[in-house]
Design a binder for this molecule. Structure first.
Ligand SMILES: C[S@@+](CC[C@H](N)C(=O)[O-])C[C@H]1O[C@@H](n2cnc3c(N)ncnc32)[C@H](O)[C@@H]1O
Length: 191
């Protein structure tokens, strides 16, 4: 995570969000919410998990421009609109392929036209047991310390996949890979 912060700062992505009214999806424990909250005009950070939102709130309690809301990223019900930027870090890979258009449609409905959108996620890595479901999603097995296990969706979209999803709904699309950090980012503007 620390490395990701360096990437974002180095690449001036933080600066890109500076002064903007940012909608963050899947904020988790608020690591990035705090980073972005320090430069943005405001951040509304959302996640589906109340316990993570509570941790994020505590992390960002010194930032009066940061608010939180529980919301499902696929609907963003009750989330206000009019944001001029959006952010989703380590979220895209968990979206089932057929849900990506649903998610992007919900997100874009909350953004002004020309809003800046940033996603960052992981390039493929080794060391996990994986299989594919009938929709072509990669399912990755995660082992718990007590020996139990569970499965998550963990897709690794290519540049082509991402630009295909964004075709017709975005412009100024800039996709970058950071092999040293095993991550990719895409920055674009909503049409
Ligand atoms: C890998 S974590 C990333 C968290 C955070 N962005 C970060 O980088 O630390 C994925 C997050 O997605 C959230 N999540 C899962 N399903 C969701 C949904 N349908 N709507 C909103 N958030 C969801 C989880 O609660 C979790 O916080």
């Amino acid at each position: 995570m620390r490395l990701q912060a360096i990437i974002i700062k180095k690449q001036r992505k933080c600066v890109l969000l500076s002064g903007r009214e940012v909608l963050e999806v899947a904020c988790g424990s608020g690591y990035w919410t705090e980073v972005i909250g320090e430069v943005a005009k405001s951040v509304l950070a959302t996640d589906i998990d109340l316990s993570l939102i509570s941790i994020a709130k505590s992390r960002c309690k010194h930032l009066s421009n940061v608010r939180f809301q529980i919301a499902d990223a696929y609907t963003l019900n009750d989330v206000p609109s009019g944001f001029d930027a959006a952010l989703g870090i380590w979220w895209w890979s968990h979206i089932p392929k057929k849900c990506v258009p649903i998610f992007l449609s919900a997100l874009h409905s909350k953004l002004e036209s020309k809003a800046l959108v940033l996603f960052v996620d992981q390039l493929s890595y080794d060391g996990f047991v994986r299989r594919q479901d009938s929709d072509g999603n990669i399912l990755e097995q995660r082992i718990l310390p007590d020996g139990g296990s569970f499965t998550i969706v963990k897709n690794f979209p290519t540049k082509q996949d991402i630009t295909d999803y964004l075709k017709n709904i975005a412009y100024d699309i800039r996709y970058t890979e950071y092999p040293d950090e095993m991550s990719w980012s895409v920055i674009y503007r909503k049409k």
